[in-house]
Design a protein around this ligand. Structure first.
Ligand SMILES: Nc1ncnc2c1ncn2[C@@H]1O[C@H](COP(=O)(O)OP(=O)(O)O)[C@@H](O)[C@H]1O
Ligand SMILES: O=c1ccn([C@@H]2O[C@H](COP(=O)(O)OP(=O)(O)O)[C@@H](O)[C@H]2O)c(=O)[nH]1
Length: 233
């Protein structure tokens, strides 16, 4: 069973696939999934996306740097929204970020992150990498390495990594396991090359799995066969 996990969640986990904003039923679902693993004492850090609010690349009327800053602020909005609802449902949560100074957000300090985990807090990393031109997948890779996670789990709307986008091609074939070299060479667009390459450099395993299937998070953390695992060799 994994003891320390970085969970990357697409913004659409908060809204529902193809939807915008927040869907409270989806958030209650997320809370239940998290509770089922927290009772085993697993430390969980979350990197949240912002696809339910803003994606830089979708705001074509704006300059890319401004659009991406708005996207990063979207992750901060999501983090604060989650923190409040998590706490109302009994999950102690701290939001850390370097991109903005607000009374409910703390700066990222490695020593403090260990203290938060030791005290049983969930840690939400908001603000992506703090830089435009990146995505929250790359932020997840960085934070997973920084927090010395056992694994980076990407919870998304597809059941794993396929040889091509399964939302576009019905005959796409799922991989059970891949190496980082294969994932990068095959240009499988489930995650950015930057994210794969950081994980390859620091031997950070990645699991991509369907977050909308009930019980999958616990199965993943128990190291059961779910989704697609990306490993060094
Ligand atoms: N080779 C692939 N295997 C699995 N999913 C893929 C692949 N290529 C592209 N995708 C797409 O990646 C998306 C998942 O990435 P995610 O970051 O959660 O969503 P988004 O980038 O839409 O916010 C899925 O919608 C899926 O259609
Ligand atoms: O390090 C980062 C992370 C995110 N973003 C911006 O924030 C948006 C939301 O992140 P992402 O697309 O990764 O969210 P997801 O698709 O996972 O919900 C991106 O489109 C970018 O515009 C950015 O500029 N730098």
């Amino acid at each position: 069973m994994y003891k320390r996990v970085l969970l990357k969640l697409s913004g659409e986990v908060l809204s529902g696939e193809g939807e915008k904003g927040f869907n409270i039923d989806k958030i209650i679902y997320l809370i239940d999934e998290l509770k089922s693993v927290l009772e085993y004492g697993t430390n969980i850090g979350i990197v949240i996306g912002a696809g339910n609010l803003f994606r830089g690349r979708e705001m074509k009327e704006l300059s890319p740097t401004i659009a991406d800053q708005i996207g990063m602020l979207g992750t901060v909005i999501n983090a604060l929204y989650l923190k409040d609802l998590f706490e109302k449902h009994g999950l102690r949560t701290v939001v850390v970020s370097q991109v903005t100074s607000l009374p409910s957000i703390r700066p990222i300090h490695y020593d403090d992150i260990n203290l938060y985990f030791d005290a049983g807090y969930l840690v939400i990393f908001a603000g992506g990498t703090s830089n435009p031109f990146f995505t929250t997948d790359t932020a997840a890779a960085l934070r997973a390495v920084e927090m010395k996670a056992d694994i980076l789990i990407k919870g998304t709307k597809v059941s794993g990594i396929f040889d091509k986008d399964p939302k576009k091609y019905e005959d796409a074939i799922k991989f059970d396991k891949l190496t980082f070299d294969e994932a990068i060479e095959k240009e499988l667009k489930i995650m950015d090359t930057e994210a794969f390459s950081i994980c390859r450099r620091y031997n950070m395993k990645i699991l991509v799995m369907d977050f909308f299937k009930k019980g999958n998070l616990l199965r993943a953390i128990r190291e059961e066969n779910v989704g697609t695992l990306v490993v060094p060799k």
